[in-house]
Structure formats: structure tokens, C-alpha cells
Design a protein around this ligand. Structure first.
Ligand SMILES: [Zn+2]
Length: 1009
């Protein structure tokens, strides 16, 4: 903790209290201006350094506040290798005599909301022109059609067009010429995104479409996310969609599916919910890879690449404009590709996309594509002997025709379960790098997510309480309802934007990453204002005294429990005295406290600042007020420290704490900490964890990259032949052990990282797991990746489990026949290993790559620094590394209470205990500092729930819906998620909640309007 970064608030005259809260600190730190505009301007060059400074400041604050934050392609054309095209797909030619080939050509334009340019710059340079031209060109000819996916862009464009154009849009939508597909705010990444954010961006987009166009999307379109998750399929189905298209699946999977004619299937959840899914068969969604198996031929039918234009065909055969002279030859050449492609599917309806990234910008491109294709379609019409009917269409047109044909034939599609990770597009190029790339931002994403959810719930409860207070549905006039709702909406949209498949993935250019980071950061600050004033209203004993004054922020210490469970937690604040007292403001009951040193350097404690931790028991969704006052030096237990460093005992500066540095034989004795539930050990040499009786050890290792030309980058993980090498450092680490009544921990300080294992001395389940936190800095390294590996004696063979989007668990099998990088999977919130006797679960507060390369092992990639581009269009390496924090809970469970057969079941769940710990990890208590001004009226704790929800039911969100005036309406969406859980381990601590047994609670997420 650096002193100049501390927020110091005057409490009781001479006593300083600082919340260990990132948000408050950011607000009060000099130099960080609270933004007034919710939408940051695009980072023009002259703004870039300012934005970078903000992000750098944020980086320091985040690393200093690990605990409170976490608790409180384009392929270059010559490299393209397509799948199935090495040999022609055979057909006889009479296959369509009975049922003609029904071809539906679907024009599309893939608009990334940020990648090489920022969202704003893409909009100005390309997107708005595409949409403007769309309006003109579709209106010109009713046979023309188009699909559009990204509502972030569409809504921005809508705001900029006049009423007459809006009416034109509505007519096109009504006529079925323009179809909004998926309807999400973005085309979301499906590996790193948490399901809260996936669903929220979908709701934001669907609500927008409903409000402005009065329609509901029916088909999904995900052509660019780097691998696909069944969680997304489930959310789409739940949102009312019946069909979906996906593209980036492993080339060997595509080949297999093509051979089996299973590229169209019913994608089934493990509990049996289906959605029709079409997987594109070839390498890409561009024209060369969508008309048929031969890109050299298909490229000739991308009329944007006509000679003299900006684009050309890398296969060196240019497209020709369709003329009377060449039309027969051209039509037959194209039809041959269509027919070959059609052989990969079971029905005679053929879906062919027509588009690429940021296509249809210029008016001339519209004319070239629509004019030439219409001529070809007309030719097919005039030649019935070809047995082909072709037209422009949308996804609904295609799937409608497909289902009609399937019904007529009395057939259904095959079903499929599982996911499409880890994606490879060619050779051994597995896209497992992006599971960790830019981990700093992946963590910031989850911080905003936790803040947004807490704010949504508290804001909705506030509006409901206000309506009840007046008894006539009126809101409190003085409460800044619409301003707060704008902040909330901007927070939703910035989180939504970051779920884009080049944002949370860490695969955008540096300035674009800074733009995203700034949006996340501003939203966190703005949402905190909403949180604070909502808390103000809810806590007032006498509501008539409410008065909102922005210049005098409502200021005691308020803690919000954003979870639906009664919980024991540790709250941290920084104070300027080694003596402090905390009481419950309402009952006057003193809390159990611990004073710890704030370490300015690994062995130098601050003499001015101290960390005060106290134990709270928070009812579900409660707001509770505490008073923190300066007290005699003996008023709080002080932590005791021991320091170890092999061969070079450190000189420790710490005048307020009892410190020892053992010497002689004592120095070699193993370090040990324990609470009621767990005992951990560690060697004084490394400080790295060993747990008994589970025999778990922690190791750190480096991966390098290949010596060949193709090396790891933002997308790809291409490790060197040697695999991981043990982390070693010239200087032995400094190991610092702290012991106290609230928590005890062991911190090891190495050159590139510090690693802390903490035991909380809490009753109940909160004390049952080990908290592991790392702060990593690899900015001095070249082409290296740092991993943390857990080594256990769990006999899991080659099977392990990782979560998909925090929504469900998926079994993985480590296969030695695959390259090492193929065995890495995304982990958004959890991974576990198990055998018949035990289970080891790693619960995570951020998304990272995870693998279990050998039995008993689980490793996570903490950060990666890669000097070069990996040829997927980004054009740069990832070298903007930051001091990056990561946080986990490690849970060891005995399965002998009711162990099931191991290895046979492919559907596994976390235990109830693991679910509860994961919930606490992802949704830390939110802390707010308030003024101790004697004029502040009496505050009364706010307890909206009489009891905890059943512990398998998660309150995903309580979301105030928007009315037509862009203000909060009278309705809210209550989203509940009933979780599956594993029963084989009987918790040795009694859970304070029940689980639901009612059949009426269905196993899914409900959206209640
Ligand atoms: Zn994209």
C-alpha cells in the first residue's frame, strides 16, 4: 500500500479512516477526475497519454487492493488453409431432380465493436456508412435482404437518424428485408465471459429492439467468437431464439461433422434443452469460404473484389462482372460449388452467407454484390433444368425453409452435447492464449460485474421502497432517479461492450484496450455513486429527512451484502492508529477486530497507516452501519509476524508489531497455520503452500515460446518444446507469516510475484477454504508466461472439470496425443479434480486458462508477455502488461460421504459449499464510508429478506427495466438461477441455508417481466 494513494477521511477529529475500497480511493485520489460524461470520447492520439495515465493509476490501486477488489484475422490470405477443399466433394448431378436446391444467400457485415480501432472510430469511419447505405439500397429493391447483429452499433446509429429514416427501418424490419440477429449488445466472447454479463448484454440488446422496433430476434449469429459454449446456446434459447449459427470450431471437428452430415444439429444442454444449430463447414465466414469448398472459385464471386477495387483475391483469379457473354459459364461454376457444399447437409436447402468484416461501406459495393448475384439468380430461374432456386434471404428465411423441409421429410436433426473449446483453425494452432491474455482487464471486468449487480439490486430495492413509502407509486422528487438510471444504463452498456470477442479476450490493439479500460473504470466510479445514494435512502430512519445534495456526499461505515445468503465476512479498512474499535452502530455491540501492518515494502511497515479487519455477520441483501473510532492501543488484537529468508535474514522495520526472525535450527522448522477446519504447512525456504492431509503443493513455472517463426501471441499459445520450466530466482524469497484472531497468512515475495495463502478464522463455511492471492509483474520478461500449478495426490487420471461461463461444469480429458496447448481450457470461475475419496476445487475470481497436464495437477496461466503478432490480424504482440492481481479459494472436500462412481459421469457439479464460496468470492461485500457529522440523521439497518434464499438458488439480478422515456419504468426483471450441485461430499460444517426441493422451481434461469 502506497501512502499517497490512500483515501483518508477525517473521522472524529484526529482519527483517520480509509476504506480499503478501490472506488472510494479512486474518487478521492487527486488527479483522478470524476467523469461527467458517461460515454468517453474515442481516444484520439492527443487523449491517449491521458487515458494511459488513468489506467496506470488504476493498475496501482488494483494491485494494492487485491483483497477489497476481489472481496469488497484476418489471416493473411496466403496462410489460409481450408478444410475439405483438397478434394472435391462428389455428387452425381441428379440429386436435385426431385427436390431442387433451395439456395438462400444471406448478406451480412461483421462489425467489431472495437479491435484495430475503437468502437467510436469504427462507427465514424465505417459502421454509420454501412447502415446509411443499407437503408437506401434495401429500399431500392424489395428482393434485397440483410442481417445485422451488434445492437451497440445499431442503437448508436438510430440515435443519429431522423424520424423519417426510423420509419424506413421499421418498414424494412416488418417486411423481413432487415433482420436483427442474436440481438445482443455485441457478438460476445464465449470463453472468458461470465453468464451474468452474457445474459445482461442480451437483455440490454433485446430490450432496445423491443422498445424501438417491437420485434424479438429469433436466430443467433456468432461467426467470430473463438470457440463456442453451450451456456450461450442455453441463454439464446431462454431468450426466445429457436436457431443459431456458429463458425469457429476446431477444423477436425468440422471435417468430422461434414463427413457425418451433422453440421446441423440440435445442441442439447446436459439437462435437455435443445436449440437448432448450424455450424459453418469451412475455414471462415468470408465469401471465399462460404460458397463452397474451393476458395479460389468462391473468391471470384465476391464482387467487392472486382478488378480496380481496393480488395482482390489472393488466389490470383479475379472476379468478373456478370455479363451476357459469361453468365452461363459463371453460373455453372458457382452452382458446382453450391452443389458440393450442399452434399455436406441433410436437406436440399443451402445457406450461403455473403459478407465479411465491415462490408457494404460504399454504395458501389452494394450495387456490385446485389446486381451481379441477382443476374445469376435470374439465370437459374430461366434454366429449370439446373434445379436450383436462389434468392437473397435472412437467417429466419433459411431456418424457416430448413424446418419446412425437415418436417415434410419427417426427419429431425441429430442431437449433440458439449462445447467447442479449444478452437484450432489450422495445424497445431490452438487458440488457448486468449483465455489469459490481458489478465488485468479480465479482472477489471469482473470487478465491474460485481459492482453492477450490487447496484442493480440496491437501486431496484430503493425504487420499490420509495413507491411503497408514498403509497401512490411516486418516487421521491429529490432523489436523482433519472441521473442514476443513466449511470446504471451506461454501466450495463460498458460491461456489455467489454463482452465483445476482441475485448474481454484481450485481443484488441493497445489504444483500444485503453479505451475499454477507461469505460470499465468510469462505470465503476459512477455506479458507486448510485450505490451510495440508494444506501442513503434505504438506511434513513426518518425518510422525510431525505435531501439529496451532491456537494455534501452522504457520509459512518456502511457495508452492503450483495448476496442472497447470510454470510460471515471480513471487512478491511485502513486507519492511522494502531488502536481502533468497531461497533455495530445500532446495537453498540463491539466487533472482533485485528490490526495488521500496512507493508510499504516487504519488510518495512508503515508507521502511519494500519489495516483494521473485523468480522461481520451480514443478513442477505442487508445494509448494516458500523462505527469505527480511535481507541486505546490494546483495544484491538495486533497481528504477530515472523520473517524468514534463507541465508540472509531481513532487517525488519516495524515499531508497532511483535516481529521475530528465527535463527539456527528453528529457522528450518516448517511453517504452520491452522483454523478450525484446515491446517497448512510451508517450507521457510519458499513459503509455498503445502496442505495436509490432501498433500497439495503450490509451484510456479514459466512457459516460453517456440523458436520457429510462428510464436505465441494474443490468440495463440505455442509453447516451446521443453514445456514448463520451474520458476527459480537467484535470491531466496522473503517469507512473511502473520498470525491474528481474524486471519493468519503466509506471504512469499519473489522477484516476479508475491503469493499469499490466508486462513480466515471464521465460524461456518467461510473458514472452510484457503484464500490464495497473487500479484504478478512480468514486465521485465521477453516471451514468457507465468503459471501457478497445484500438485495433489488426487487420482483423477486424465479427467478434470472446468466451468463454462460460471454457469455449468464441463468434463475435460487431457490427451497426450494432442499438443500441450490443446489441453488448456477456459476457466471463468471454477475447476476441480476428483477421485473416489476426495475433490480439490479451485474457485476463481477471474477468467484464466487452466489445464491438468498430469494426474493430480491443476495449473492456471497468470500472465503472458509476448513480443510478436501471431498472424490473426491484430498486428501486434501483448506487451502492455500490468501489475496484475489474481484471487482464488481452494476447497478440499472429502467425497467418501456418498461418493459416486468416478469417471463414468460426464455431468458433474460443484458442491453446495463450493457454490457458496464461489458466490462470496465473486460478490464481495460493498463498503461505503459516510460522514460522522453529528447532523446526519439516525440510520437504521436495511433488511429486505427475512431469511436467506435456499443455497442452490442464486439471485442473478434484480434489474429495473427502462420505460419508453429512457427512465426507470414500473417493472423489474427478477432473475433466479437454480444451480445443480454435487451431493457426494457431506459438508463438515452445517450450512446456514436449505436447498430447494420444490419441483416448481425449474432448472433454469427465469426472466420475469
Ligand atoms: Zn470479430
Amino acid at each position: 500500500m502506497k501512502f499517497n494513494q490512500l483515501l483518508v477521511l477525517l473521522v472524529g477529529g484526529a482519527f483517520f479512516l480509509a476504506m480499503m475500497s478501490l472506488y472510494r480511493m479512486l474518487e478521492m485520489t487527486q488527479g483522478v477526475k470524476l467523469p461527467h460524461s458517461e460515454t468517453p470520447a474515442g481516444p484520439e492520439d492527443n487523449d491517449l497519454s491521458r487515458l494511459k495515465q488513468q489506467i496506470d493509476k488504476l493498475e496501482r490501486l488494483l494491485s494494492d487492493n487485491n483483497r477489497s477488489v476481489s472481496l469488497a484475422y484476418f489471416l493473411t490470405a496466403h496462410s489460409v488453409k481450408y478444410i475439405l477443399s483438397k478434394q472435391n466433394i462428389l455428387y452425381k448431378g441428379d440429386e436435385w431432380d426431385e427436390q431442387p436446391l433451395e439456395l438462400i444467400l444471406v448478406p451480412h457485415s461483421h462489425n467489431d465493436p472495437g479491435w484495430l480501432k475503437t468502437f467510436e472510430n469504427y462507427y465514424q469511419d465505417q459502421t454509420k456508412h454501412i447502415l446509411n447505405n443499407m437503408l437506401i439500397k434495401l429500399t431500392e429493391d424489395s428482393r434485397r435482404k440483410m442481417i445485422w447483429a451488434e445492437i451497440s452499433y445499431f442503437s448508436k446509429w438510430w440515435n443519429n437518424i431522423d424520424e423519417q429514416k426510423r420509419e424506413m427501418v421499421k418498414r424494412l424490419v416488418k417486411a423481413g428485408q432487415l433482420e436483427l440477429v442474436t440481438g445482443g449488445w455485441v457478438m460476445a466472447d464465449e470463453a472468458n465471459s461470465h453468464y451474468f454479463a452474457l445474459l445482461d448484454q442480451l437483455i440490454e440488446g433485446h430490450q432496445w429492439i423491443q422498445r424501438h422496433l417491437g420485434v424479438k430476434p429469433s436466430s443467433g449469429w456468432a461467426v467470430d467468437p473463438f470457440g463456442h459454449s453451450p451456456s450461450m446456446a442455453y441463454l439464446l434459447k431462454g431468450a426466445g431464439l429457436s436457431n443459431m449459427v456458429i463458425q469457429r470450431a476446431h477444423y477436425a471437428v468440422k471435417k468430422h461433422f461434414a463427413q457425418q452430415q451433422t453440421l446441423e444439429f440440435l445442441w442439447r444442454q446436459n439437462w435437455g434443452v435443445d436449440i437448432t444449430c448450424h455450424m459453418m463447414p469451412f475455414y471462415s465466414y468470408d465469401v471465399p469460404h462460404t460458397c463452397g469448398p474451393n476458395p479460389a472459385v468462391c473468391c471470384q464471386f465476391d464482387f467487392h473484389r472486382l478488378k480496380g477495387g481496393r480488395a482482390s483475391c489472393p488466389w490470383r483469379i479475379a472476379p468478373q462482372p456478370i455479363t451476357e457473354q459469361n453468365i452461363k459459364e459463371r453460373a455453372l461454376l458457382l452452382l458446382d460449388q453450391y452443389r458440393q457444399k450442399s452434399r455436406l447437409f441433410r436437406s436440399p436447402v443451402l445457406f450461403v452467407p455473403l459478407g465479411d468484416d465491415f462490408r457494404f461501406v460504399e454504395s458501389s459495393e452494394w450495387d456490385a454484390q446485389f446486381g451481379n448475384y441477382q443476374a445469376l439468380f435470374d439465370y437459374f430461374d430461366q434454366h429449370p433444368e439446373l434445379h436450383v432456386k436462389a434468392r437473397f434471404g435472412t437467417l429466419s428465411d433459411y431456418f424457416g425453409a430448413l424446418h419446412r423441409r425437415l418436417n415434410a421429410a419427417g426427419t429431425t436433426l441429430p442431437t449433440l452435447r458439449g462445447d467447442f473449446f479449444t478452437y484450432a483453425d489450422r495445424d497445431d494452432h490452438y487458440w488457448s492464449g486468449y483465455f489469459t491474455s490481458r489478465p488485468f482487464y479480465k479482472r477489471l471486468d469482473r470487478t465491474l460485474e460485481a459492482t453492477l449487480r450490487a447496484t442493480e439490486i440496491l437501486f431496484s430495492l430503493t425504487l420499490a421502497e420509495m413507491r411503497r413509502f408514498h403509497g401512490d407509486d411516486r418516487l421521491v422528487a429529490d432523489f436523482p432517479t433519472s441521473k442514476h438510471f443513466q449511470r446504471l444504463t451506461a454501466g450495463r452498456r460498458n460491461l456489455a461492450l467489454f463482452q465483445h470477442h476482441d475485448a474481454v479476450t484481450g485481443t484488441a490493439r493497445d489504444p483500444v484496450v485503453v479505451d475499454y479500460g477507461t469505460r470499465l473504470f468510469r462505470s465503476i466510479l459512477n455506479l458507486h455513486q448510485v450505490l451510495q445514494s440508494s444506501a442513503h435512502w434505504l438506511l434513513l430512519s426518518d425518510k422525510s429527512q431525505y435531501h439529496h445534495d451532491q456537494s455534501k456526499p452522504f457520509m459512518s461505515l456502511i457495508v452492503f451484502n450483495p448476496t442472497e445468503q447470510l454470510r460471515s465476512s471480513v471487512v478491511s479498512v485502513v486507519v492511522d492508529s494502531p488502536g481502533a474499535r468497531v461497533v455495530d452502530a445500532e446495537t453498540g455491540r463491539p466487533m472482533t477486530t485485528q490490526i495488521s501492518a500496512v507493508w510499504a515494502e516487504p519488510s518495512r511497515a508503515s508507521t502511519e497507516h494500519f489495516q483494521l479487519d473485523f468480522v461481520v455477520e451480514l443478513p442477505p441483501l442487508s445494509l448494516v452501519v458500523y462505527h469505527v473510532t480511535k481507541a486505546s492501543v490494546d483495544s484491538a488484537h495486533r497481528a504477530q509476524y515472523t520473517f524468514h529468508r534463507r541465508g540472509n535474514p531481513p532487517a525488519v522495520q516495524s515499531e508497532h508489531f511483535q516481529v521475530s526472525s528465527p535463527e539456527g535450527p528453528e529457522a528450518d522448522a516448517p511453517l504452520s497455520l491452522s483454523n478450525k477446519h484446515v491446517q497448512i504447512w510451508s517450507s521457510p525456504e519458499t513459503g509455498l503452500l503445502q496442505v495436509r492431509p490432501f498433500k497439495i503443493k503450490v509451484q510456479f513455472l514459466w512457459y516460453g515460446t517456440r523458436t520457429q517463426t510462428e510464436k505465441s501471441g494474443a490468440y495463440l499459445f505455442l509453447p516451446g518444446d521443453k514445456g514448463a520450466q520451474p520458476y527459480s530466482s537467484l535470491d531466496p524469497p522473503l517469507v512473511r507469516v502473520s498470525r491474528g484472531p481474524v486471519f493468519s497468512d503466509i506471504t512469499s515475495c519473489f522477484q516476479h510475484f508475491s503469493h499469499t495463502v490466508r486462513l480466515l478464522h471464521l465460524d461456518g463455511h467461510a473458514g472452510r477454504s484457503l484464500e490464495i492471492s497473487n500479484t504478478v509483474d512480468i514486465r521485465s520478461e521477453v516471451n514468457r508466461e507465468l503459471v501457478m500449478r497445484l500438485v495433489s495426490d488426487v487420482a483423477n487420471s486424465n479427467r478434470f472439470y472446468t466451468d463454462l461461463n460460471g454457469f455449468q461444469m464441463q468434463q475435460r480429458r487431457t490427451l497426450s496425443k494432442l499438443p500441450l496447448q490443446a489441453n488448456f481450457y477456459p476457466m471463468s470461475s471454477a475447476a476441480f479434480l476428483q477421485d473416489a475419496a476426495s475433490r480439490v476445487s479451485l474457485l476463481s475470481a477471474q477468467s484464466q486458462a487452466v489445464a491438468s497436464l498430469r494426474p493430480g495437477e491443476l495449473e492456471v496461466v497468470l500472465d503472458r508477455r509476448l513480443q510478436q503478432d501471431d498472424n490473426r490480424g491484430l498486428g501486434q504482440g501483448v506487451t502492455d502488461n500490468k501489475l496484475t492481481a489474481s484471487l482464488y479459494h481452494l476447497l478440499l472436500e472429502d467425497r467418501r460421504g456418498g461418493a459416486q462412481e468416478v469417471g463414468g459421469a460426464s455431468v458433474e457439479h460443484l458442491s453446495l459449499l463450493a457454490h457458496l464460496i464461489s458466490l462470496s468470492l465473486s460478490h464481495p461485500p460493498m463498503t461505503m464510508v459516510t460522514s460522522s457529522d453529528s447532523q446526519v440523521p439516525k440510520l437504521h439497518r436495511f433488511l429486505p429478506l427475512r431469511s436467506s434464499l435456499p443455497c442452490d438458488v442464486h439471485l442473478l439480478n434484480l434489474r429495473t427495466l427502462e420505460d419508453s422515456q429512457v427512465t426507470p419504468g414500473n417493472s423489474m426483471a427478477l432473475l433466479l438461477h437454480r444451480k445443480g450441485f454435487d451431493c457426494s461430499s457431506t459438508p463438515d460444517v452445517e450450512l446456514q441455508c436449505t436447498w430447494s426441493v420444490h419441483e416448481e422451481v425449474e432448472d433454469n434461469t427465469h426472466v420475469i417481466n
